[in-house]
Design a protein around this ligand. Structure first.
Ligand code: MFK
Length: 635
């Protein structure tokens, strides 16, 4: 008999079962403890097993119930709305079969890489073992595989090949939408890569960026490049125009060297970047403000000693989410660069990039919502509580249905902006379409960014405590969603962008908006099931039109205060019209109708509701300030 067995036997003899109460029955039976026949000798193993069966804690006794996990199935096949939308607008077999095959790959292979990017985040190695400064950003093998996959699957290329004409962007973004929640945030470098390709194409591809354009848009993984977008400095995350301190010193060969400090540079392992700087004149002076900014192209390369040319990586950022993406602070110390905009035209030139990255952001937001709904729906068929599956609890299903309504709205908003982008790029856009694209890009970005945080947060709750446990992968969805309303323009900055584009076009963007929403409603029969939804959108649209006319006569500042609610109203009314339009399609499903009806039950025009409460009156700012800066208690 081993010492251990002897000890166990002694414990039993000492009456452990009395101390701990009745001996619990083993829950997990590996084998039964045998009862020795008289005259037979029990083995040490048998005696050990018998003794241990009286212990309240042991490996055999953590319980026999293990919850089935939520399963990620092919995200294309699981998404009736995406498939319906494509059947309606882009029914080409090649597209559908590519998306189906890609969806299978995402579920089986790519999702695991995405997880690996999260658990194996990038790190910065400043020095080599012999003390030389190297500034290596070490990324996981999965992150590198994402780069190859992105090229091979044409995740940027599809938008530039334009094989499906005006619907090419919808095809590309559908693929990114399937990819995004499994991508380990590789969608971030792809957004900037796409944006950089767009800028280069818009300025007319020529030396030195022709090679870059071909690499950004290739399907050959060994040639594929990603691009950064180094805009943010210490003073200028939003206020780029005044906050940019980086200077460009011209060289005798016509190129420049950049000196400055970039405070947030995402996906810093990029091969090239577009960045803003102020050109110094002979005296070293620069022009302040937006008019002093020019756009530069720079390659990220190393010298023969392995040092980055003209760049020092100060540190990697410690972020709430998006930990998969290397985000760095960079000192630009003579970075060789080429000016690719006219002097002083940097902001309008990089605005093309902002349009693209904001559309990518919207797609990622809708995709995050779709993913959490898919997982929650699957889980509801596997989890039993209070004697029945979650799917049989009406209140639980009502909650999932509300998440689905939001996801329907976000998807159609985002895809419609992709549709408009595709039309503009293939030369078939009308002036109305171009105005709509300008107005809706910030509106859809800001609205879907906020929706994503709310829906993903709700989604986590549907897994109970497991939704809060890191290694389920679920909390990462929420942490990553939180960035969607921050980067590429915060909600307030984009709300003000909406006002600026209204002012710059003398209201033409709003005219386009009203015209298009009316045309979407025009085809719906008044006796249709959708009549209450049509009535709600129609009414909200009229209210919004009156608000806009009246607000134009108000003092400056009135609209600034209304900007956020105005943007929300534009988003909700437009999404309502899109949902109705989609539900009127002859092959629409019952859930398409349900989504349209439910969406239109909310306050579609919060700007008028808040106006009626006097929220934008001149007395409001002092009141709001008083609320925020409350007087300290007087002793
Ligand atoms: C999953 C996807 C994720 C994506 C990953 C990307 C990660 C990158 C991390 C970052 O977040 S990088 C930093 C993000 N920062 C921003 O998004 C900047 C936010 N600030 C703004 O958007 C400001 O509104 C802006 C810097 C554009 C304001 O600059 P200005 O110089 O005060 O603009 P102004 O005076 O309104 O306009 C100057 C010109 O640009 C005008 O043209 P013109 O001179 O020809 O009249 C405008 O029409 C044009 N412009 C400005 N915004 C535009 C635009 N054009 C088109 N679209 C726009 N949005």
């Amino acid at each position: 008999m081993s010492v251990y067995t002897a000890l166990l036997n002694r414990s039993v003899a000492a009456g452990c079962s009395r101390v701990w109460g009745a001996a619990p029955r083993p829950l997990l039976h590996i084998r039964s403890a045998s009862v020795a026949e008289p005259g037979t000798r029990r083995s040490d193993d048998e005696q050990l097993w018998e003794a241990s069966s009286f212990l309240p804690f042991s490996r055999a006794r953590i319980g026999s119930f293990f919850q089935e996990t939520p399963v990620l199935k092919n995200p294309f096949l699981e998404d009736a709305l995406l498939r319906g939308y494509l059947r309606r607008h882009l029914p080409q077999g090649a597209v559908l079969s590519d998306l189906c095959a890609f969806g299978e790959r995402v579920a089986i292979e790519v999702d695991k890489w995405g997880r690996e990017c999260e658990v194996n985040p990038p790190r910065l190695v400043h020095f080599d073992p012999w003390g030389r400064r190297v500034d290596h950003i070490v990324t996981s093998p999965a992150w590198k595989r994402m780069k190859d996959l992105s090229a091979q699957e044409g995740l940027v290329a599809i938008g530039y090949e334009r094989s499906f004409g005006e619907w090419s962007r919808v095809y590309q973004m559908s693929k990114l939408y399937i990819f995004s929640p499994s991508a380990g945030l590789y969608t971030c470098p792809l957004a900037m890569t796409d944006g950089a390709a767009k800028v280069i194409q818009s300025i007319g591809v020529s030396w030195p960026v022709d090679e870059a354009f071909s690499r950004l848009t290739t399907r050959q993984s060994e040639r594929f490049w990603t691009s950064g977008q180094w805009m943010t400095e210490r003073q200028g995350g939003s206020d780029v125009a005044t906050g940019t301190e980086t200077v460009a010193v011209s060289q005798t060969d016509g190129s420049y060297k950049l000196h400055g400090f970039k405070w947030f540079t995402s996906a810093t392992d990029a091969d090239m970047t577009l960045t803003l700087a102020r050109v110094q004149d002979r005296t070293g002076a620069t022009t302040p403000g937006s008019r002093g900014l020019s756009l530069f192209y720079a390659e990220v390369s190393r010298d023969e000693d392995g040092r980055l040319k003209g760049i020092e990586v100060q540190r990697l950022k410690d972020k709430l989410g998006t930990r998969q993406v290397p985000t760095a602070e960079l000192l630009l110390d003579g970075l060789p660069a080429h000016r690719i905009s006219e002097e002083g035209r940097g902001v309008p030139c990089i605005a093309n990039m902002l349009t693209i990255t904001r559309i990518h952001n919207s797609i990622s937001a809708a995709a995050a919502m779709r993913r959490v709904v898919q997982l929650a729906r699957d889980y509801a068929t596997r989890r039993t509580a209070f004697g029945k599956l979650l799917r049989d609890h009406p209140l639980h299903m009502q909650t999932l249905a509300r998440m689905e309504v939001e996801t329907h709205g976000a998807f159609l908003l985002s895809m419609d902006v992709c549709r408009l982008l595709g039309q503009e790029e293939s030369g078939v856009a009308t002036q109305l379409d171009t105005h709509l694209l300008r107005l809706l890009t910030p509106v859809v970005k800001l609205y879907t960014g906020k929706q994503a945080v709310a829906v993903v947060s709700e989604g986590l709750e549907s897994f109970g405590g497991q939704g809060y446990i890191e290694d389920t992968g679920l909390p990462g969805l929420l942490r990553d969603a939180q960035v969607l309303s921050i980067w590429e323009g915060t909600t307030n900055v984009l709300s003000l962008d909406v006002l600026r584009c209204v002012a710059r076009t003398s209201g033409m963007v709003l005219h386009a908006y009203f015209t298009h929403v009316k045309s979407l409603l025009a085809g719906v029969s008044s006796v249709s099931t959708l009549a209450p939804a049509v009535k709600a959108v129609d009414g909200a649209l009229s209210q919004l039109q009156m608000f806009v006319q009246e607000a134009a006569t108000r003092e400056p500042g009135y609209l600034d205060l209304a900007a956020r609610d105005l943007a929300y109203s534009l988003a909700r009314i437009y999404a309502g019209a899109l949902l109705i339009d989609h539900a009127c399609w002859k092959e629409a499903s019952a859930s398409d109708t349900y989504a349209a009806l439910r969406w239109c039950e909310q306050d579609l025009c919060p700007v008028v509701t808040k106006q009626a409460r006097g929220c934008y009156d001149p007395s409001t700012p002092p009141l709001d300030s008083a609320l925020v800066y409350d007087q300290p208690a007087q002793d």
